[in-house]
Design a protein around this ligand. Structure first.
Ligand code: FE2
Length: 440
């Protein structure tokens, strides 16, 4: 069994031994990192740093790729057999002439089948990294590389112009067959990885995790009901997965700094996704970044912003409906303390408080409740009920009616305030009538 290891200090003597052998043969050193001067341990340490920097996008070849991951190849006996480079986000020039991958096997270990094994490991690594296609280029004279790549399923794209670097270069594309450009399995894995440091024994965190998965399901249902293409359904699910990502960091931050409560969690989510290009771990291509951003930023607004494209607007509408549907589920099933964390005497407040006049009037006029108009906790409860006025799709209206959410949510509170109790009955009547009208 072979394995990849990052270039690290502990491999100094093995690296020197391999390099000395390699240089004694008259063959080219590949990947390029092997060409760096390495006469002593000090220079080797520089190579370790160069490799670390390349992973973070710091390198001298910025004009044709973004990041480069270097690996050493070792066998079961810990013998160093060669090295590998995987480069991400190639420019057109990088795609045309240089490729994503390069690897080399030390001369004494050639013709033993390692080249083929390493090529397959590289391809798998590229898949893990979410690459849809891998480009490989090699010298036309290099018959071994050609055989290896072709046996790994690479599609020959022909010989490049004769003058390329004074050599004739053969170019290949390897299709990784990962689910087109949205790989939901990988995105969910990345999400699980992201939430690992957050305390899932904390009810509010647990609730946000479950909420995310439910919103994905609601988004899928809505998108399927609308008979969208697979690609658009997958995009809707991915957006749902990412829509509340800011909540985790924000919630944790509030514990030490309560003022963070006022931060808009959608904007915070975008900040989290863009920091260190976290978003690229969820989706390899950046072609949906704008639509993902718009959908997240609009999901908690009073109204969707003007000027969006049809596609952007549709994804915003799907997410807003899906998010609201799951908010009804949460208010029915979950402990009130979990979705109103930090509110003192929350049950007492809900049962005894008055409804603000503006909130009550707006509800009866079938209007959503503005955040600034909410004065009491019972206003908050009514604000959730008023989500029905913003539901876009008939399937969502039907779902709320089927689940009888309005009645269940209103009846969940044992009102002690007579005025509130009476008004809640009016709200129930008004809301159910509205839903039935919309259903027809
Ligand atoms: Fe949400």
């Amino acid at each position: 069994m072979l394995r990849f290891e990052k270039i690290a200090s502990k491999y100094y003597s093995k690296y020197m031994e391999m390099l000395t052998e390699w240089k004694n043969y008259d063959t080219s050193l590949s990947p390029d990192v092997l060409e760096l001067p390495c006469a002593n341990e000090y220079e080797y340490k520089t190579i370790v740093l160069v490799a670390e920097d390349a992973e973070n996008g710091i390198h001298n070849y910025k004009d044709w790729y973004e990041k480069c991951y270097y690996y050493l190849v070792l066998n079961d006996q810990d013998r160093l057999l060669g090295a590998v480079a995987i480069r991400t986000n190639l420019t057109q020039y990088g795609k045309d002439f240089l490729g994503n991958i390069s690897y080399g096997i030390r001369p004494s270990e050639r013709r033993k089948g390692y080249g083929k094994a390493v090529a397959n490991m590289v391809i798998n690594k590229c898949k893990e990294m979410g690459m849809n296609e891998i480009i490989a280029c090699h010298d036309v004279e290099d018959g071994a590389s050609r055989r290896i790549l072709e046996s790994a399923g690479a599609i020959p794209m022909g010989v490049l112009l004769p003058e390329t670097f004074g050599k004739r270069i053969y170019r290949y594309i390897i299709k990784t067959n990962i689910n087109e450009d949205i790989n939901l399995d990988k995105a969910i894995e990345t999400f699980k990885e992201y939430i690992k440091p957050f305390d899932k024994n904390d009810g509010a965190i647990y609730l946000k995790v479950i909420h995310t998965y439910h919103v994905m399901q609601f988004s899928e249902n809505i998108a399927q009901e609308l008979k969208l293409k697979d690609q658009e359904i997958n995009l809707a699910k991915l957006i749902a997965l990412l829509h509340d990502i800011g909540r985790f960091e924000q919630y944790t931050a509030i514990k030490t700094d309560p003022s963070k409560k006022d931060i808009n969690h959608a904007e915070y989510g975008i900040k989290v996704l863009l920091e260190n290009s976290l978003i690229r771990k969820f989706i390899a291509t950046d072609k949906y970044d704008e639509i993902i951003k718009k959908a997240i930023l609009n999901h908690n607004k009073y109204k969707i912003e003007e000027g969006l494209s049809e596609k952007e607007k549709l994804q915003c509408e799907i997410l807003r409906d899906a998010d609201k549907l799951d908010n009804f589920r949460i208010r029915e099933e979950e402990k009130i303390e979990n979705f109103l964390p930090g509110v003192q005497d929350v049950i007492k407040k809900l049962t005894t408080e008055n409804i603000s006049d503006k909130v009550y009037e707006d509800f009866l006029k079938h209007k959503c409740i503005k955040l600034e108009d909410r004065k009491t906790v019972i206003d908050y409860w009514i604000c959730v009920l008023a989500f029905i006025f913003d539901l876009k799709f008939k399937s969502s209206i039907k779902y709320v009616l089927e689940k009888d959410y309005i009645t269940k949510l209103i009846d969940r509170i044992p009102y002690q305030n007579e005025d509130t109790k009476k008004k809640m009955e009016e709200i129930k009547k008004c809301a159910n009538e509205y839903l039935k009208e919309r259903e027809e």
